[in-house]
Write a protein that binds this ligand. Sequence first.
Ligand SMILES: NC(=O)c1cc2c(N)ncc(C(N)=O)c2s1
Length: 323
Amino acid sequence: MAEIPLTLAEATEKAKELRTQLNQYAHEYYVADKPTVEDYVYDRLYKELSDIETEYPDLITSDSPTQRVGGKILQGFEKVTHEVQMYSLNDGFSKEDIYDFDERVQKLAGKPVSYCCELKIDGLAISLRYENGRFVQGATRGDGTVGENITENLKTVKSIPLELKKPISVEVRGECYMPKQSFVNLNKEREEAGQDVFANPRNAAAGSLRQLDTSMVAKRNLSTFLYTVADFGPMTAQTQFDALNELSEIGFRTNPEKKLCQTIDEVWAYIEEYHEKRSELPYEIDGIVIKTNEFTIQDELGFTVKAPRWAIAYKFPPEEAQT
Ligand SMILES: NC(=O)c1cc2c(N)ncc(C(N)=O)c2s1
């Protein structure tokens, strides 16, 4: 039976209700990894919203889930200067390197320090800026000072919130990556289409974010983990561990495998644990990032020209080729 068309007032109210519901379902699925409804429920509501927006295009908002499918053909990527530099990390390759790092840090800090340990995601570093809770700009790391504006492409990455849970202005950094299974599926498709395959998920993620057709990016099933706050705005965290929890509270996807370690022995145990678990993870990691947890100590230790004195990246040895 043909439905009676909604009036503008009814459509406005219904669209707002559907957007809120759909964005909540999408947050549960893509950010919290805890979906609460089946796909067909989401798809039905999505079609209802899409039909209303087709009937009343003025009702389309920047945070509508219909804006995630892309469809813009970009002419290129503008340059973006990072107000806060996107630093790189000093690397460590052995247990001795890690214990030497701890010795240096304890000496500089003049007291015992705790460490926040996180998985080193093998993807593409990105910076996300929000104004009054709205996603306004996304950029690549570039050389750490100047990156590329890939906002339109990042809007199609479902785990990147278009609207935060609080209307705050912040800048955050993290990694955009392609899950292992998505990488396998994509290369299978490309091989069947006679196209070149990607060497690894990092290259696949980087290649996807360089697409000028945003609808192509939307199909690549990219995801994110956020892990650094460059502009805190009203955020209150005083440690790295708390900052990760605060990032999650305001709507970002963060990696759940983090660990607060009180000693370097605990740090080394965590490194060994995840060297073992590496192959079971649904995404590629190439090491572990270790940071002094307290921001006051990070401020005291500061940076060398290249990298922070208060962090080190332990790099796993290359994985043995799968025979
Ligand atoms: N170059 C960098 O500063 C970092 C790079 C990465 C990476 N690839 N994955 C995770 C983290 C993290 N959790 O801090 C960092 S930090």
